[in-house]
Write a protein that binds this ligand. Structure first.
Ligand code: MG
Ligand code: MG
Length: 253
């Protein structure tokens, strides 16, 4: 069942997402060779508690961390660890969520560790652009699959591939609400987009083939071909005046 949010609920989601973006900014600033994903996880949780919120992912279906930190060929759901130390040339996807006053925020970005290969730079740029193309389709009167079509088209034109196994989602007083938001599709299909719908749009883009598998820890999704993967996510409210990117009051676009 799709839940449509009132203007007041959208303001609550604005605040939870602004907190997520501020924390991601702080984590991004920490990213450097020698920093472990456990260091990033600890900082994310501390900042969340200080803000009077709680981490959304910790304990979610038993996930052990507050942050999902996925390095290079890891697509999503990387478990933070002291043993996973960032090194020059890596890319690391930081996926983070909070619950603030009962409302969820959820965002992700992939960050370069020092100087990275040109093809990794292009992967990050194309994935970020694909997210923007998808968000631009979050318009009253369009249909859900227009978002996935815009993302998939941009990614494939660039010679990369979109992951099928993981999708975006509605968000509100639950982390994952209906509808699912695939990062692929044909135009003009699925539910009509209506005012008050709030979606987390989150393309996961592989440099090589789209196939992924889950590692033996039961969480970490990795590319089957071992090539890098990137992930960018933002929440958007569909309003009569167009897509409203949530969390923008943090000063981040
Ligand atoms: Mg997320
Ligand atoms: Mg999400």
């Amino acid at each position: 069942m799709i839940l449509y949010k009132s203007p007041g609920e959208i303001e609550s989601l604005e605040r939870s997402n602004a907190l997520v973006l501020r924390i991601l900014d702080a984590l991004e600033a920490m990213v450097a060779p020698g920093v472990s994903t456990a260091d990033l996880d600890r900082e994310s949780e501390e900042l969340t508690r200080k803000a009077g919120a709680r981490p959304a992912f910790k304990g979610y279906r038993g996930f052990p961390g507050s942050l999902c930190a996925s390095i290079n060929e890891e697509v999503i759901h990387g478990i933070p660890s002291k043993k996973r130390v960032l090194k020059e040339g890596d890319i690391v996807s930081l996926d983070f969520g909070v619950v603030l006053d009962g409302y969820y925020g959820d965002s992700a970005r992939t960050v370069a560790v020092g100087k990275i290969p040109e093809e990794s730079r292009r992967l990050l740029a194309v994935t970020r652009e694909a997210l923007e193309k998808g968000l631009a389709q979050a318009q009253v009167g369009l249909r859900l699959s227009d978002i996935g079509f815009a993302i998939q088209s941009h990614v494939e034109q660039a010679g990369f591939s979109v992951v099928r196994e993981f999708v975006g989602h509605g968000i509100g007083t639950s982390l994952h609400e209906d509808p699912q938001v695939p990062n692929y599709g044909t135009p003009g299909g699925g539910p009509l987009l209506k005012e008050g719908l709030v979606l987390a749009v989150e393309p996961m883009v592989n440099q090589g083939s789209p196939e992924v598998r889950i590692q033996s820890d039961g969480w970490t999704a990795v590319t089957v071909d071992g090539l890098p993967s990137a992930h960018f996510e933002r929440c958007v409210a569909i309003t009569s005046s167009g897509p409203r990117l949530l969390g923008s009051s943090s000063g981040r676009g």
